[in-house]
Write a protein that binds this ligand. Structure first.
Ligand SMILES: C[S@@+](CC[C@H](N)C(=O)[O-])C[C@H]1O[C@@H](n2cnc3c(N)ncnc32)[C@H](O)[C@@H]1O
Length: 279
C-alpha cells in the first residue's frame, strides 16, 4: 500500500472512530478492506481506495470504519470487573438507590453483546433481591454489524465456551444446531443502540455504572482523555467506571481515581475526595 493511501485511510479512521493505526498495521488494512473491494466488484484494494479518494461516500466510509474495528469479546471477560460489580458496586447501589429503585448501566463498547449479557445474567441471578427494581442496561457500539449479532444473542460453541460457566450456559441458553441462543428474558434486559464515542453523550442520559472496556486502547491519547472526561459527566458523584485490563485513567484524566486493590474499577475524583475527607 502506498504511503499516501495509508495516510488517507488512517486519517478517515481517526476522524470517524478515534482508531489510531500505525504503519505496522498496513496488513490489517489490506486483509480487512480487500473483501469489501471484492464484494463491490472491484479488482483490487487500490480501486477501493481510489473510490474513497474520489467520492467519499458515507456508506462506504462507514463500511470501512466498521471493518476496521476489533470486536473481540467474551462472557465475563477478565472475571474481576464482574465480581466487583456483583459484590462491591451492586450492594452499595441497592442501598443508595433504595428509594428510586432505579439503576442504569451503560456498556459503551458492547460489541457482540457478551459484556452486557454477562451483567444481565448477574442481575437475573439476583432476581429475588431486585424485585420491584427498574434496571436499564444500554449497550452501544459504533459497529452496526456487531449490534445485529448482539441483538440476536446467538453464539458459537467456541464463544460460549470462553468464560461462561457451564451452569449458566445450561440455565440461560438454548442450543440451536451448532449455535447457542441466549434466552429471550436476558435479551430483553439489554437495549442496543448504534453510538459513536466521539459523539456527544448528552442524549444518552446518566448512568450509575459505565463499562467502557477494551476500546480506549485503540484511541490516541488525546481522544482517550476527552472520552474519559466526557464519561465523567454521565455519572453521578457516586458512579463507577470499569475499564479494560490494559486501560487506565492515569496520566489521562483527573476526573476518576483507581480503586486500590480493585483492578479496572474507577470512582469519580469527587467521590474519592469525599471518602478521603471522611476517613
Ligand atoms: C474489543 S471490543 C470490546 C468489547 C467489550 N467491551 C469487551 O471488553 O469485551 C471494542 C469495541 O469498540 C467498538 N468501537 C471502536 N471505536 C468505537 C467508537 N468510536 N465508538 C463506539 N464504539 C467503538 C468496536 O466496534 C468494538 O466492538
Amino acid at each position: 500500500m502506498r504511503k499516501e493511501d495509508f495516510e488517507l485511510l488512517s486519517k478517515i479512521l481517526k476522524e470517524r472512530s478515534g482508531l489510531v493505526l500505525s504503519e505496522d498495521k498496513i496488513y490489517l488494512l489490506e486483509s480487512r478492506l480487500t473483501p469489501i473491494a471484492r464484494k463491490k466488484g472491484m479488482e483490487t484494494l487500490d480501486d477501493l481506495i481510489n473510490e474513497v479518494r474520489l467520492r467519499r461516500k458515507e456508506d462506504l466510509l462507514s463500511e470501512i470504519t466498521d471493518a476496521m474495528t476489533t470486536n473481540e469479546s467474551f462472557f465475563f471477560r477478565d472475571n474481576t470487573p464482574f465480581d466487583l460489580f456483583r459484590e462491591d458496586v451492586l450492594p452499595g447501589l441497592l442501598q443508595s438507590r433504595a428509594s428510586s429503585k432505579r439503576l442504569r448501566i451503560w456498556c459503551a463498547a458492547a460489541s457482540t453483546g457478551q459484556e452486557p449479557y454477562s451483567l444481565a445474567i448477574i442481575l437475573s441471578e439476583l432476581e429475588a433481591k431486585l424485585s420491584g427494581w427498574k434496571i436499564d442496561i444500554v449497550g452501544t457500539d459504533l459497529s452496526r454489524s456487531v449490534l445485529d449479532k448482539a441483538r440476536a444473542g446467538i453464539y458459537s460453541q467456541f464463544e460460549v465456551q470462553r468464560g461462561l460457566p457451564i451452569k449458566l450456559l445450561m440455565k440461560y441458553f438454548t442450543q440451536a444446531g451448532e449455535m447457542w441462543q441466549i434466552s429471550e428474558k436476558i435479551r430483553k434486559m439489554v437495549t442496543y443502540k448504534p453510538f459513536n464515542l466521539l459523539d456527544s453523550f448528552a442524549a444518552l442520559g446518566t448512568f450509575d455504572v459505565i463499562f467502557c472496556r477494551n476500546v480506549l486502547i485503540y484511541f490516541h491519547q488525546d481522544t482517550k482523555a476527552q472520552v474519559l472526561d466526557r464519561l465523567r459527566r454521565q455519572l453521578p458523584a457516586d458512579g463507577t467506571l470499569f475499564l479494560g485490563a490494559a486501560e487506565t485513567v492515569l496520566g489521562l484524566s483527573d476526573k476518576f481515581k483507581p480503586v486500590p486493590g480493585k483492578r479496572g474499577m474507577y470512582v469519580t475524583a469527587d467521590h474519592a475526595d469525599q471518602v478521603r475527607k471522611a476517613g
